[in-house]
Design a protein around this ligand. Structure first.
Ligand SMILES: [Mg+2]
Length: 197
């Protein structure tokens, strides 16, 4: 779980220093730093990191706008940072469908799980996209929605059995790869009781 590449952006250099230290100690590779939102988008575009951590309130383009641009054009997972007082900004982050944010000042113990969660969500999205029979076929979007629902239900069932969310997803994904089945089919087998851990 090490060596993942991260771009960080915050207009306060002390926060960047802090972030960088925690990330490096946790085995991440900080490949780029910016103090402006527009610079952050440029860095993400050119460096293609595994993750971008963006402050919301930055000069140039704010973090919410930068995150939207990144989501649309590049697809890199983003974790937003916001100050506790900036509740209106959290709302705009929600509106921009950026669901992952961390409130400053954050603790080291909060940062890494928040990052792992963002990376897990992105990994899961990619897996859903790959699970489609033919992405260009008519009904593919509907198929993806149904797959997501069936996998979510199967995960919930597995989690009741004591697995973490990530382990539940891993079980479905790895079984699908091993058996050369769609995740959707494996999830249906979990739900019917045909397949257990
Ligand atoms: Mg700021």
């Amino acid at each position: 779980m090490s060596g993942r590449r991260v771009v960080i952006a915050d207009d306060e250099s002390i926060i960047r220093l802090d972030l960088k230290e925690i990330l490096i100690e946790s085995g991440f590779d900080v490949v780029g730093e910016a103090s402006r939102g527009d610079d952050a988008v440029e860095l993400v575009r050119s460096l293609e990191p595994d993750l971008a951590i963006l402050d919301i309130k930055m000069p140039g383009v704010d973090g919410v706008m930068a995150a939207s641009q990144i989501a649309e054009e590049i697809g890199t997972p983003v974790l937003l940072l916001t100050a506790f007082s900036q509740r209106d900004l959290i709302q705009s982050a929600r509106d921009a469908r950026v669901s992952a944010y961390l409130v400053k000042p954050f603790q080291r113990e909060e940062l890494i799980p928040a990052i792992e969660n963002v990376l897990f969500r992105a990994h899961q999205e990619q897996a859903f996209a790959n699970d489609m029979v033919a992405p260009e076929a008519s009904g593919a979007a509907e198929d993806k929605i149904q797959t997501r629902q069936v996998v979510e239900d199967a995960k919930t069932l597995l989690m009741r059995g004591g697995l973490s969310e990530q382990d539940a997803f891993d079980f479905i994904q790895k079984t699908a790869m091993r058996e050369r089945l769609r995740m959707r089919v494996v999830a249906e087998q979990v739900l019917s009781g045909e397949l257990t851990t």
